[in-house]
Design a protein around this ligand. Sequence first.
Ligand code: CO
Length: 146
Amino acid sequence: MSFSVLSDIDHVAIAVRSLEEGIETYRTLLEREPEVEIVEEQGVRVAAFPLEHGRVELLEPLDEDSPVAAFLERHGEGLHHVAFRTGDADEALDRAARSGLEPLNDAARPGAGGYRIGFLHPNDLHGVLVEMAQPPGGNGGSDGDV
Ligand code: CO
């Protein structure tokens, strides 16, 4: 198995208009507290609820220029992307491109929590925006636990 294989669900991300309201709802559902972080590079404030495997992230746009603001405008609140864990986001992007899937990024870039991330276009993936997420240290191999 190659190091860049997509080994697990890293997180699912949900676009919300109000992070406070989203936190209240998902705190009720998941019965735990999130960690809140601002990710300037993605133009979002993120609330991450850890799960046994992976996590649920709520995304609130920082301003009108945020891609998530555009998403909310077009689709309303809902599933924004699914992130798969990989040991090498750059190689995973290259491999996807060679397989005919359209990357949204030429190269991986910084994400929340020290990750390196890259996205694939939803048109090629039945309407789902896919993120390839390389955790700090590149823990994309077989053990899966973070
Ligand atoms: Co993500």
